[in-house]
Design a protein around this ligand. Structure first.
Ligand code: NAP
Length: 417
């Protein structure tokens, strides 16, 4: 397809899928979206670090051919006010792997979240957020090193599916009338109404990915997080469908927590992933008081949103938490924080969320050596006390550096490795 503004670099080759597996050439074209607000600051810093890690790991043999894609305010400037150009969507599908900075979403009106639209248009059904501790990062926990979870959050359903009717509209009144008169429901006059669809298809494909991840990475358990005691036929169903996937599709690799105690006296046999579930509210407490007991978490959309930010706060906050939105093959890695508009263009904020999302991306591409170089350099830079303002205000004796300087420090460590 010929693009209007997107320019595929002639030096690169597209990533493809062969026999169901990702095939990554040595010069893959990878898409990136700068994002709004602080997006350009963090993206420019991270591109330099990722390139340095790849160069250090593979010399001239491998190189990412970056391809800029446009969403948000930069897109609106280029595409005559269109914040979500169709060709960006096309290119994201075509290139398979891309990474993006944060995008602005107005509250209570204006256009819908571009992030949510992207996830839904590309059916990026699993939001993957690993939350782990890096030595030296300021944390409110007594033992932050015990936090090491990977959250798989369902990305396309739940109250995020956009089926909402504003109070006072004809659609709202029609639905309210149906609910009251035909379904016998009771609620206040003029209530805004939203629908929470949760399906077997959506739940199972998410839990399937979480279990497969746990098996592939030698993780001990998958915890299904839900509020099924109250929302029985949505979140309760999510829990039941989760157990069903484990039972039907992974009978040899999984056991339930019940079986763990009934048949194995609480000691999991080697090679078996324990499938358990917890109610969402207690999960927040458990993740603070007994984080070591949890490995992989599978959640519905809204719970996962809250839980992943809350978990991130235990090990440095959203300024450093990475994330990815992944379908069966298309993957969009992204900073998990927003556009922090008050810091836009100041070269001030922490680029680590996007940086570590890039580490996830390198791992996803199978470029583990480059990912490792960044993972090893990161705690060393923090240990030197060279940190951006958000960490500096929590770390006595540290030296506050700009976003770009933080990237320079990382590159120096990578090159010295
Ligand atoms: P935000 O942009 O994440 O900023 C909230 C606060 O988090 C900032 O004021 C700052 O705290 C801290 N922070 C965020 N990014 C940081 C970084 N890289 N380094 C250090 N600290 C960082 O959230 P918001 O103000 O609620 O949202 C602003 C806009 O972003 C909204 O339009 C929202 O819809 C959008 N948003 C987009 C995404 C996305 O694209 N994935 C996600 C969330 C929000 P201090 O003030 O304490 O320094």
């Amino acid at each position: 397809m010929a693009y209007q503004h997107i320019q595929l670099p002639s030096t690169g080759e597209k990533i493809s899928v062969v026999d169901g597996e990702l095939r990554v050439p040595d010069n893959p074209i990878v898409g990136y979206v700068e994002g709004d607000g602080i997006g350009p600051d963090i993206t420019n810093a991270c591109l330099r670090v990722w390139d340095s890690a790849v160069a250090k790991a593979y010399g001239d043999k491998r190189r990412i051919a970056w391809c800029e894609l446009y969403l948000g305010e930069k897109a609106a400037g280029l595409y005559d006010g269109d914040y979500f150009p169709a060709e960006t969507l096309e290119a994201t599908k075509d290139l398979l792997v891309s990474i993006k900075g944060p995008l602005t979403t107005p509250i209570g009106g204006g256009f819908r979240s571009l992030n949510v639209a992207l996830r839904q248009e590309l059916d990026l059904y699993s939001c993957v957020r690993p939350v782990r501790y890096y030595e030296g990062v300021p944390s409110p926990m007594r033992k932050p090193e015990e936090v090491d979870v990977v959250i798989f959050r369902e990305n396309t359903e739940d109250v995020y599916s956009g089926i909402e009717y504003r109070s006072g509209t004809p659609e709202n009144e029609k639905l309210a009338k149906f609910l009251r008169e035909e379904m016998g429901c009771e609620f206040f006059e003029g209530a805004g109404l939203g629908i929470k669809p949760i399906s077997a298809i959506g739940s199972k494909r998410l839990v399937r990915k979480a279990i497969q991840y746990a098996i592939d990475h030698g993780r001990r358990s998958v915890t299904l997080v839900h509020k099924g005691n109250i929302m029985k036929f949505t979140e309760g169903a999510f829990q039941q469908w989760g157990y069903e996937v484990a039972r039907e599709e992974f009978p040899d690799q999984t056991i339930t927590e019940q079986q763990l105690w009934d048949d194995y006296d609480g000691v999991a046999p080697p090679g078996k992933v324990i499938i358990q579930d917890r109610i969402a509210d207690i999960m927040f407490q458990l993740l603070q008081l007994r984080p070591a007991e949890f490995d992989v978490l599978a959640t519905c959309n809204l719970n996962g949103d809250y839980l992943s930010d809350s978990a991130a706060a235990e090990v440095g906050g959203v300024g450093i938490a990475p994330g990815a939105n992944i379908a069966d093959h298309i993957a969009v890695f992204e900073a998990t924080h927003g556009t922090a508009p008050k810091y836009a263009g100041l070269d001030k904020v922490n680029p680590s969320s996007l940086l570590l999302s890039g580490v996830m991306m390198l791992e996803y591409m199978g470029w583990q050596e480059a990912a490792d170089l960044i993972n090893e350099a990161f705690p060393k830079v923090i240990a030197d006390g060279t940190v951006t303002y958000d960490f500096a205000r929590q770390m006595e004796g540290s030296r506050e550096v700009k976003t770009s300087e933080f990237a320079d420090c990382l590159i120096a460590k990578i090159n010295a490795a």
